[in-house]
Write a new protein. Sequence first.
Length: 51
Amino acid sequence: MKSAIWTIIVILVIAWLLGFTMFPDVGGIIHAILVIAVILLIYNLLTGRKV
């Protein structure tokens, strides 16, 4: 589960970077993706479960 969360975080950050640079008109969605990635990162760091 831990590696799945990290994979999702990486994918969301990459999607945010690509969207931010290629499609600047879609700002709200792009920042929502970043917020989701940050929430997942914080959740992963706080729970710290070992698989």
